[in-house]
Write a protein that binds this ligand. Structure first.
Ligand code: ADE
Length: 238
């Protein structure tokens, strides 16, 4: 998987991408994530990347040319155009399903907007899809691009070690994850559920499934409409 992030703040992105699990996977060469500074592609004297908005109004708009040149530098004439995602609150909301679909692509490019917006003409010409990370507005597309990069990369084979596996966790199966515990067995007079210490794997799996259903019903009942439930689970009270 290769991800290129087109941004005016490459250091901000690098500082996050060099840490923890994603940093480890980059160093090991399992994923290739690069940050390109859009300013380096402004072919004007002062490396200017923004300008006033036509029609009047507040704020500056990111100009078409630097973004276009930056994107074009990623592939040669005649090669397939990489999939370009523009991070914007107007986009389709990011979900685990979407992350899984994107993790199956070879190369994605993320465009981070800033200021009051981006010249619509370059968006119309090069953007394949728009993604939002939620119904709220951030100061730029960098944090959304990092959220997307993190959630996509952790689904790539080899990025998580076996004991960090994602198949049991919230949203993977359409349900939220069951509660987890570690030592000590009693903490502040609260005991770890007996079944988890029983060593009986069938009973543990049953308990975890029933807890996942309970937690989902309590916290996100909307998810139950699209989760895969057995006939028995559908008919039983949780
Ligand atoms: N840029 C600003 N806010 C955003 C959001 N919520 N999602 C994606 N990009 C954004």
């Amino acid at each position: 998987m290769k991800i290129d992030i087109l941004t005016l703040f490459p250091e901000m992105c690098e500082s996050v991408l060099n840490e923890s699990i994603i940093g480890r996977a980059r160093s090991a060469g399992i994923i290739k994530v690069s940050c390109l500074n859009i300013r380096d592609y402004a072919n004007n004297k002062h490396n200017k990347v923004d300008d006033y908005t036509y029609g009047g109004g507040m704020g500056m708009i990111m100009a078409a040319d630097p973004i276009y040149n930056c994107f074009k530098s990623l592939y040669n004439e005649g090669e397939a155009k990489p999939h370009l995602i523009y991070l914007t609150p107007q986009g389709e909301t990011l979900t685990q399903r979407k992350a899984l679909d994107l993790s199956q692509m070879d190369h994605i490019v993320l465009l981070c907007g800033h200021y009051e917006g981006v010249d619509q003409r370059v968006l119309d010409e090069i953007v394949d899809e728009e993604i939002s990370i939620g119904d709220y507005v951030l100061t730029g597309g960098e944090l959304p691009a990092l959220v997307l990069t993190d959630t996509v990369c952790r689904l790539i084979k080899g990025v998580l070690s076996d004991d960090e596996c994602f198949t049991e966790e919230s949203h993977f199966s359409g349900l939220l994850e069951y509660a987890q515990y570690t030592r000590p067995a009693v903490w502040h007079e609260k005991k770890v559920p007996e079944v988890l210490m029983s060593g009986n794997h069938a009973n543990i799996a049953k308990w975890r499934r029933s807890m996942a259903l309970k937690v989902t019903k309590a916290k996100r009942p909307d998810l139950l409409n699209s989760a895969q439930l057995t006939e028995k689970e559908k008919s039983e009270p949780m």
